[in-house]
Design a protein around this ligand. Structure first.
Ligand code: GRF
Length: 200
């Protein structure tokens, strides 16, 4: 049984989707901790409501990134975590931290990588006139948004889409993709999960 820690910074809707799926029988992983880099994140209350211990590590309370990461690592070890799921975690983690978790850390990104690493992915897809968009779950590596792809979900871009409308459609796909990838990854299966939601 893998022991999953979920790192968040905001609403935690992906975190909630992961926790809900892990609650179903036969899942090869269970949530042991939620860590938020933002003390006021709504995801903290969501985690506690789901019965998962949650802690805020305000990154502003640490003078150095290394001190923040040392505190994070201590919490993860105390909780017995052996698999990390970043879900809207908005802090850059150092290469040394990522190397320590190499092969045991996942991230979800709201674009069809390698297209649109970084921020503002939906506005960039619309500006480029893309007819499809989506999300990617990848292994965490020191390079931002660039690790081995473990899953992707495709959604249509509609003619009158705003960035907000596209973001909402992609987020719905994220909530289906991430749990499917975690379930497969935690079972030791590295085959990518490829989903498509043409009608959404
Ligand atoms: C998601 O769109 C995710 O792709 C991006 O940040 C957002 C997190 O949303 N990294 P939530 O906190 O899971 O609701």
């Amino acid at each position: 049984m893998r022991q999953v820690a979920i790192l968040i910074s905001g609403s935690g809707s992906n975190m909630a989707a992961l926790i809900d799926d892990m609650a179903r029988p036969g899942h090869p992983a269970r949530p042991v901790l939620v860590v938020s880099s933002e003390p006021g994140a709504a995801g903290i209350a969501r985690a506690e409501a789901a019965g998962v211990p949650a802690v805020a590590l305000d990154h502003r309370a640490f003078a150095q990134r290394s001190e923040f990461e040392a505190a994070l690592q201590a919490r993860l070890e105390a909780a017995g975590a052996d698999l990390l799921c970043l879900a809207g975690f908005m802090r850059i983690l150092s290469g040394s931290f990522v190397e320590r978790w190499r092969g045991r850390a996942l991230n979800i990104h709201p674009s069809l990588l390698p297209r649109y690493p970084g921020l503002d992915t939906h506005a960039r897809a619309l500006a480029a006139g893309d007819r499809e968009a989506g999300c990617t779950v990848h292994e965490l590596t020191p390079e931002l948004d660039a690790g081995p792809i473990l899953g992707q979900a495709r959604v249509p871009v509609l003619p009158d889409d705003t960035a907000a409308a596209l973001a909402a459609r992609v987020l719905r796909a994220e909530h289906r993709l991430y749990p499917a990838v975690l379930r497969r990854f935690a079972a030791g299966d590295r085959r990518p999960v490829l989903l498509s939601f043409p009608e959404d």
